[in-house]
Design a binder for this molecule. Structure first.
Ligand code: F0G
Length: 469
């Protein structure tokens, strides 16, 4: 007898999973030819952020604001209460934050960095340190612009793409102790905890770690604020990996996790399944009063924070959808499906596979390139040339420069991120992506890298330009 074809699930010795939704509306993709891509990449200065989306086939630049909304969210858009003050949609959103994240006081913002700005300005005194579990680009910049000094306190293994570990996003409490011994509690603005950790490959933080952090902060009178951008994905990993959580719903795990923190900021463009939006929420009323006052200066009145009423409604509904176990299983299952194809072919990546993306390890992909030749930027460019797939650099370009010395930050991780939008692409797209990565990998030896020709002052990765070496 001939071999019968096997599904992916059967190949893994189990029953397959499928998306817990069906498609009601489609958006045609643009197929491009190689000469067009060569021209587009040249015009974009080899920076995938500068490509026009009409020149992109499958867009894996980011999972931010790129999700597909549900029919219920779209219906909610029609219920926008576009009042300048006291919009009904604000109260729906406030209710969703209190119910699912558990914080008392909500200030909406136009997106995550709006919230980072408000919180950083409010709680950092110039010269104070801000320890965090690996930097994030906009988070660190707002902390620095408020006069803070970011200090990385993530566990060492987070910087090693080959190191196994269930919770590579954890904070190393010994590093916090060392900082405390050096600068004292008054020298620490707060502990900045991200879950999951974007720049570490979407790696999660354990419940045990956040609980220990809470105790550490109570002991020393330090506040603990959470970057909740992908905290629902983090809750999924706790359910999957941490003893005692297998039978608890993602929603309950999320709420417990948040309960150990004093407040959070959020880019709702990720977990919450909306195209725009963010918030900062805290339990402390005097701090809330300050945030509520400041939001009026930079974003808009405290009942809309730069959002339309319909955006807040879509977010309130998206939050409830985002904490469903079936949603999270398929969301992370799709990322893993792509990752497992690449693993079969021995393609180097950040392991274990994290929540929102596959992070290709450009150092091992292009061992012939020095970090100054921008291996991860190069890999993103090569992938685009091969197939029109758009990825993003997360290495030395993203890391920027040390504001005190002016030198490049030189992160150990030099990664190219294939970020998976939520509910947007199918398993067949994942196959196409994997085959393109394989083709670029097979052609890796002839690649020579890039030279930066234009460098903006802030968040340079967004707008920098390059030339092929
Ligand atoms: N925190 C994290 C962990 C993020 O990933 C982002 C954005 C922000 C804060 C800022 O939020 O974009 O709404 O202002 N990350 C996007 C990304 C840009 O592609 O990873 P924002």
């Amino acid at each position: 007898m001939t071999d019968t074809p096997r599904t992916f699930g059967q190949q893994l010795g189990r029953r397959s999973w499928a998306e817990p939704w069906k498609i009601k509306m489609v958006e045609p993709l643009v197929m491009t030819e190689r000469p067009d891509r060569e021209r587009a990449l040249r015009e974009a200065g080899h920076n995938t952020f500068l490509l026009r989306s009409r020149d992109v086939y499958i867009d894996l630049l980011t999972d931010s604001g790129t999700s597909a909304m549900s029919d219920r969210q779209w219906a909610g858009m029609m219920l926008g209460d576009e009042a300048y003050a006291g919009s009904e949609n604000f109260f729906h959103l406030e209710d969703a934050i209190q119910r699912y994240y558990g914080y008392r006081h909500l200030v909406p913002t136009h997106q995550g960095r709006g919230a980072e700005h408000l919180l950083s300005r409010t709680v950092i005194r110039p010269g104070q340190y801000v320890p965090g579990n690996m930097y994030f680009t906009t988070t660190r910049l707002h902390q620095e612009m408020a006069g803070g000094i970011f200090t990385d306190v993530i566990v060492d293994e987070a910087h090693d793409p080959t190191h196994p570990g269930d919770f590579k996003g954890n904070v190393d409490l010994a590093k916090l102790d060392a900082l405390l011994a050096r600068v004292g509690a008054a020298g620490i603005a707060y502990v900045s905890l991200a879950a999951t950790v974007n720049m570490a490959g979407g790696q999660p933080v354990s419940m045990a770690n956040v609980r220990a952090l809470r105790a550490w902060c109570d002991r020393h009178g330090v506040k603990l604020y959470l970057d909740a951008t992908r905290a629902v994905e983090n809750a999924f990993f706790i359910q999957e990996r941490e003893a005692g959580y297998a039978d608890r719903p993602v929603a309950a795990i999320l709420k417990e996790f948040c309960s150990y923190t004093d407040g959070a900021w959020m880019s709702a463009k990720k977990d919450s399944l909306v195209n725009i939006g963010g918030w900062v929420a805290v339990n402390d009323f005097p701090l809330f009063e300050e945030l509520r006052n400041l939001v009026v200066v930079f974003e808009g009145l405290h009942t809309y924070g730069g959002l339309a009423g319909r955006d807040m409604e879509a977010m309130a509904i998206g939050i409830a959808e985002s904490v469903q176990d079936a949603h999270m299983r398929s969301r992370i299952g799709q990322v893993r499906y792509l990752g497992s194809l690449l693993q079969q072919w021995g393609i180097p990546m950040m392991e274990p596979i994290g929540g929102h993306a596959i992070f290709l390890d450009a150092r091992r992909f292009y061992p012939q390139l020095a970090q100054d030749a921008f291996p991860a930027q190069t890999l993103a460019a090569e992938l685009y040339l091969d197939s029109g797939i758009r990825a993003m650099e997360r290495g030395i370009v993203s890391a920027g420069r040390d504001p005190r010395t002016g030198d490049h930050h030189r992160p150990q991780l030099e990664l190219t991120r294939l970020t998976i939008p939520r509910r947007v692409y199918t398993q067949a797209h994942m196959d196409v992506i994997a085959e393109s990565v394989k083709a670029v990998y097979d052609a890796r030896e002839r690649v020579r890298g890039l030279r930066m020709t234009y460098e903006p002052k802030y968040l340079r990765f967004f707008q920098a330009r390059f030339e092929a070496l």
